[in-house]
Structure formats: structure tokens, C-alpha cells
Design a protein around this ligand. Structure first.
Ligand code: DX5
Ligand code: ZN
Length: 218
């Protein structure tokens, strides 16, 4: 299904009120809840793990879209499945055996995603497309919310959309997505938009301007 999915990132939510925060974004029309897992090793920041997914899962019906910025990935796959993750995305840069990781994610009953850092070319995922349900293009360097969108990534998004072709694979964009950049990434071919600071500092999904008329107008 290629209808645009909006995935607010709870990295920019109030950490003392995750239950209320995810209920609020669901009520505002969020399709997915984007959960940014960081280990202080693959990226220079630490956030949360499977326990948080388990804690927020009963609060909403939305898809739990979990973005792992950790290395290694494989020892934690079952814990995220048990916690209620629906989509589990690993970085192509996170280890030497990403194909094995993606197969293990599907074997654990989740949808498998593969993410690319800004410095990684689109071609890095070409051999993986039969084993993924989602490709995530980072449009900032992973690790922190509130960074500036990297415009050269628009060509990479378009290249990946062409590479995906007719396959049932979501093309998700993450980093610096706001009312100005959302129409650009949608036009380049993205069908899932992550937005952290635009949603949580903007006041609501609607005020962030990352869907609806703003996108339809392109
Ligand atoms: C960055 C995370 C993003 C981040 C996006 O490493 O993967 O999901 O929360 O935040 P904004 O939308 O503020 O750029
Ligand atoms: Zn993310």
C-alpha cells in the first residue's frame, strides 16, 4: 500500500510521558510510531531498548516502527519481537552480515527494514531487495533529532524508488523532515515520512505540515 505513512519519532517526545505522547500522536492521525534505538556505539547517543517498546505497545494500535542504530543487531532481534515491534530496521553499515540479520528479523515474525547512512550509496541495498519490506534513507547523520535535512539525499531517494520498482517495499525517509522538506521527499518517491522535532516541537502532527494538503499540493 503506497499511501503516505506518517511516523512521528518519539526521540523528540517528553521522555517522562511516553504513554500519553504516543496516544496523542495516534489521535492526531499518525500511522506508525517511530522508535529510535541507539547504543552509544554505532551512534554517539543512547536512548532506549525493547523495554520501551513493550511499555508503549498497549497504549496504541499503530504500527511500531523500530529503527535500530545499534551494533551488533542479531542478539536483540527476539527481544524486540517479544516486545511487540512490527517493523525492525537495521543499518546496512551495522555489521558484515546484514543479509543474515534481515532473514532473522523476518523469521522472528516482523517486517524487515534496512537503513542507509547519508554516506552509503543506494546500490548498497540492491542485493537485499528480495529480503526487505522497507528501505530507510537517512537524510541526516543518525544519532540526534533536530538536525538539518541533507538535500543531496533527494537523488538517492529517487534512485531507490526506481530500484524498488513494483516490489511491495516501503521507502522511508528519516531526518530533518518538516513542512518544507516533506513535499520534496514525497515527490522524490518516499512513502513513509519520519518526523521528530517537526511533530513534537510543532505541537501536533497536523501543525508539522508533513501530510495532507501540503503534500497533496505537489
Ligand atoms: C536520528 C533519528 C531520527 C530523528 C529524526 O538518528 O533516526 O528518527 O528522531 O528527528 P528529526 O525529525 O528532528 O530530524
Ligand atoms: Zn529514526
Amino acid at each position: 500500500d503506497r499511501t503516505l505513512k506518517i511516523a512521528p519519532s518519539i526521540l523528540s517526545a517528553d521522555f517522562a510521558a511516553f504513554g500519553a505522547e504516543v496516544r496523542a500522536i495516534e489521535a492526531q492521525g499518525a500511522d506508525w510510531v517511530h522508535v529510535d534505538v541507539m547504543d552509544g556505539h554505532f551512534v554517539p547517543n543512547i536512548t532506549f531498548g525493547p523495554q520501551l517498546v513493550r511499555a508503549i505497545r498497549p497504549h496504541v494500535k499503530t504500527v511500531m516502527d523500530v529503527h535500530l542504530m545499534i551494533a551488533p543487531v542479531d542478539p536483540y532481534i527476539d527481544a524486540f519481537a517479544d516486545a511487540g515491534a512490527d517493523i525492525l530496521t537495521a543499518h546496512v553499515e551495522a555489521g558484515p552480515h546484514v543479509h543474515r540479520t534481515l532473514q532473522a528479523i523476518r523469521a522472528a515474525g516482523m517486517k524487515a527494514g534496512v537503513a542507509l547512512n547519508p554516506g552509503t550509496p543506494a546500490e548498497a541495498v540492491a542485493p537485499l531487495l528480495d529480503d526487505v519490506d522497507l528501505v530507510l534513507v537517512m537524510t541526516v547523520n543518525p544519532g540526534f533529532g533536530g538536525q538539518k535535512f541533507l538535500h543531496p539525499m533527494l537523488d538517492k531517494i529517487a534512485a531507490l524508488r526506481a530500484m524498488i520498482g513494483d516490489r511491495e517495499i516501503h521507502l522511508e525517509v528519516d531526518g530533518g523532515v518538516d513542512a518544507t522538506t516533506a513535499p520534496l521527499v514525497a515527490q522524490a518517491g518516499a512513502d513513509a515520512l519520519v518526523a521528530g522535532s517537526a511533530v513534537f516541537r510543532g505541537g501536533s502532527v497536523e501543525k508539522a505540515g508533513v501530510y495532507g494538503e501540503n503534500i497533496a499540493a505537489i
